[in-house]
Design a protein around this ligand. Sequence first.
Ligand code: ATP
Ligand code: MG
Length: 283
Amino acid sequence: MIKIAIQKSGRLYDDSVDLLKKCGLKIDNAKGQLKAKIKNYDAEVFFLRNSDIPQYLEDGVVDLAIIGENVVEEKQSKVTNLLKLGFSNCRLSIATPKSLVYDDITDLEGCKIATSYPNTLNKFLKEKGVNADLHIISGSVEIAPSIGLADAVCDLVSSGSTLFKNGLVEQEIILNSEAVIAANGKSLTTKSEQIEEILFRVNAVLKAEENRYILFNIPDDKIEVVSSILPVLKSPTVLPLLEEGWSSMHTVINQVDFWSVISKIKKEGAEGILVLPIENIIL
Ligand code: ATP
Ligand code: MG
């Protein structure tokens, strides 16, 4: 039995459930309960507070967790980050009110900084040799300067719109973060096979999400030139059409290349282009 923790509710929840489902783990009636048995797999999913997950992981209550890197860093947890998942991207930054003159980090000497991430901030300030007074609050950090609680803030930023709305300017990026799969060190040895199986599935899902399956019809005399345009996994599949002189080409291409490839093959005479999502890629 493998025990996997995900956030109970919040920014990580939807993507975490979605990922586990795509890995073929059927989660029953997820919301509202502390844990759920997976019907079709020997696993249990725990729904926990994001900030509590590192402790559960470290203590071995759970074997694996989907969690933000920033939380692992803040809790200074003894866990192993195994795989970046490409969602919940954000950064931990220091921001100051527009009115404050800020040239570099030394301007924060003696200032009061509001944050929910004291350990990460302390470490950063120490490295920079700056002494500041930390004001630890658990939420709505961005309003602290406007109500006179602090001179600056250190908080998570994704688009930057919350900072902007509160008249704050991002000055220093302390840490970049995204969701990861983290593991308990002991479980990595005692349950290595089960963990590898999960990672294998997750990798297949991530790979599939990056790619699209495309198929189109092409005159036979264009097969060679079109093949050279396609950045394919291997060689494209070519199947003859009933109509003389035409074939159907099938291949997998990366999303990044997608639009430029489509317009090039169209110019070469590709017709009836179909683009399909892929559920899994197992190489
Ligand atoms: P808890 O579950 O303990 O309430 P939390 O308050 O940190 O945790 P969320 O605000 O849902 O929960 O954030 C969860 C994670 O989402 C963060 O730890 C971070 O990794 C990520 N995240 C991505 N973008 C942002 C952002 N703009 N602001 C805050 N977190 C973000
Ligand atoms: Mg919260």
